[in-house]
Structure formats: C-alpha cells, structure tokens
Design a protein around this ligand. Structure first.
Ligand code: 5GP
Ligand code: ZN
Length: 118
C-alpha cells in the first residue's frame, strides 16, 4: 500500500518533497514542517515518514515512532525558544477535528494556550 498512499496523501507528498514545505527537521523516520495556516506564532507539524492514517490506526509496532515524534516536538520547542511552554496535540478522527489522514502531531507555542480547546 505504500506507493498508493504516497501518491494520494498530502503529507506523504510533503515528506517526499514533491509538495514544498518549510522543513524544520527530518531524519530517517520523522519529518517536521511549518503549518501552512499557523494557529500560534510557532506552529509545526511532526509526522512519521511511514503513512499511518491516524493515532487510531497506530499499533504496537509504532511505539518507537510515537515516542520519537514527541521527543522531536520537545527538541523543536527547545531550538525555537518556546521556553514558557507549548502545546502538543494529535487530532484524531472526525470528532477530533482531524482533516488530513496522515498521523501528525501539532506543536504550538509563542502565546498562552487556553483549556479546554473548542
Ligand atoms: P488537522 O486538522 O488534521 O489536525 O491538521 C491538519 C493541519 O495541516 C492544519 O493545521 C492545516 O493548516 C495543515 N495543512 C493542511 N494542508 C497543508 C499544506 O499543504 N501544507 C502545510 N504546511 N500544512 C498544511
Ligand atoms: Zn501519508
């Protein structure tokens, strides 16, 4: 299924760099880029290079990549000076507000966040 997903999925195309993005970090397993419609002064998306549709589709074999995504968020927060704190969010499914069907972690900072979100 890998090649079909790469052709059909927006974030697979961003990972493959066939659609441009402002890349913030990448390595063998994760890719991070600036959100095109930022909801905070700093708003990054961190995605696995492997196509996983959502957190609801993650399985035991994804434990490592899920941890790696979170540690990448913390490292980006450090390197981008989010010293007062930040928020990480994984919108999941329709009620979760997920609009792109490739797992992604939002990292937002640079302003105070509010709780609960809408
Ligand atoms: P979701 O709503 O699925 O949690 O988050 C999807 C995010 O992807 C949104 O914050 C949206 O602004 C961002 N996004 C959608 N299309 C693009 C794109 O083509 N490029 C970039 N950089 N971000 C995108
Ligand atoms: Zn994908």
């Amino acid at each position: 299924r890998g090649m079909l997903d790469a052709m059909d999925c927006l974030f697979c195309k961003i990972v493959a760099e066939t659609i441009p993005s402002k890349k913030l970090y990448d390595d063998a397993d994760v890719y991070a880029f600036a959100d095109i419609d930022p909801k905070a002064p700093f708003h990054a998306l961190i995605v696995p290079k492997e196509h996983i549709e959502s957190l609801a589709d993650a399985a035991a074999n994804h434990k490592s990549i899920l941890g790696h995504m979170h540690l990448t968020a913390a490292e980006l927060a450090r390197t981008h000076g989010l010293n007062n704190g930040y928020r990480v969010v994984i919108n999941t499914g329709a009620d979760g507000g997920q609009t792109v069907s490739h797992l992604h972690l939002h990292l937002m900072g640079g302003r105070p966040m509010h709780w609960p979100p809408g």
